[in-house]
Design a protein around this ligand. Structure first.
Ligand SMILES: NC(=O)c1ccc[n+]([C@@H]2O[C@H](COP(=O)([O-])OP(=O)(O)OC[C@H]3O[C@@H](n4cnc5c(N)ncnc54)[C@H](OP(=O)(O)O)[C@@H]3O)[C@@H](O)[C@H]2O)c1
Length: 297
């Protein structure tokens, strides 16, 4: 059966916010899961169905799950694996039929990462799973690294000369909406990447061209990267997680390109260029260097 009422966990997050939008466009009843329902309702100024949902507060789960037949499940950064699996068990107990889980590329083979163990747990539960194993989101380039582009006109990640098959979070969300509304995707796993794998010097060239000012790839060492991130008061655990992710790229394990997004959406995936153009305002410095920036762009 195709889902009628879907709970989107992390419904305000990078992917979740777009899943909410896509499902609404498909006339599916969406429940937006957030830890701060009041402020989300006020910000959206709408009557949309926003529910309090917190993985670490099981007392919020019952109301969030009431009458739901499918879930878009996201493990937010910092949430323990066990809290996610306990929630899956609760969902299964109250009759949720389908769980679409946002996982990461390679999670099927890498037994060391929480995504692998969460996938295994979902597979052994009574729900029908669909796994979306996504590559690195283009949106990280503004959410995490935008400050480097704005203030220093550089991309500052320790990925060496390794390639990454950037996927746009909006495409991941569009795929989520497709698989949530068509039960032929139950019990399937998809590897979601963009159309090409790029080195970060190539990404910097895309930025330069799209923003019409020179953006370089700084190619920092790992210690230099750690120093800059810690100077921004980011938690060490988060910085080390990033080092792990960029080391994966550095060693050549992040560049695999698949055709799953194109097949599922019936159109090519968005490119990094599409992303930079659409998010251009996030990268514009308040006072751009006059010599290299053309204001009409
Ligand atoms: N970034 C990448 O390149 C990438 C690639 C592949 C896979 N992934 C996976 O994608 C997942 C993250 O997805 P995302 O980037 O869309 O998420 P995100 O933007 O980091 O959003 C997380 C959202 O989760 C909510 N949240 C935080 N703590 C919570 C809790 N205790 N209970 C319930 N909700 C909580 C927050 O919303 P509220 O404040 O509104 O509650 C927040 O907006 C991770 O599992 C990551 O491994 C990421």
């Amino acid at each position: 059966m195709t889902a009628q009422r879907v709970l989107v966990t992390a419904g305000t997050g990078t992917v979740g916010q777009h899943v909410v939008r896509e499902l609404r466009d498909d006339d599916i009843e969406v429940r937006v899961g957030t830890r701060r329902p009041q402020s989300v309702r006020e910000a959206n100024d709408s009557d949309e169905c926003v529910v309090e949902f917190d993985f670490v507060r099981p007392e919020t789960w019952g109301a969030a799950l009431d009458g739901v037949d499918a879930i878009f499940l996201v493990r937010p950064p910092g949430v323990e694996q066990g809290q996610v699996t306990a929630f899956v068990d609760a969902a299964s107990r109250v009759g949720v039929e389908h769980v679409v889980y946002l996982s990461t590329l390679g999670a099927d083979k890498n037994v060391l990462i929480p995504h692998h163990r969460i996938e295994s747990h979902i597979q052994q539960s009574a729900v029908r799973p669909t796994f979306l194993r996504a590559s690195f989101f283009s949106q990280n380039l503004h959410e995490v690294h935008g400050q480097d582009v704005v203030e220093h006109h550089e991309i500052f990640v320790p990925a060496g000369t390794g390639e990454t098959s950037f996927v746009d979070a909006r495409d991941v969300a569009a795929v989520a909406a497709v698989v949530l509304t068509d039960d032929r995707h139950d019990k399937q796993a998809y590897d979601l990447t963009g159309p090409e794998a790029l080195r970060y010097d190539e990404v910097a060239a895309v930025f330069s061209d799209a923003l019409n000012r020179r953006i370089t790839y700084a190619e920092p060492s790992i210690p230099a990267f750690i120093r800059r991130m810690l100077s921004r008061d980011l938690p060490l655990s988060y910085v080390l997680l990033m080092v792990g992710i960029y080391s994966t790229a550095r060693f050549g394990f992040a560049g695999r390109v698949t055709g799953d997004v194109g097949r599922l959406l019936g159109r090519p995936p968005r490119t990094v260029r599409d992303y930079v153009e659409d998010y251009r305002d996030r990268f514009e410095p308040a006072n751009p260097p006059a010599a290299t920036h053309s204001p009409e762009r």
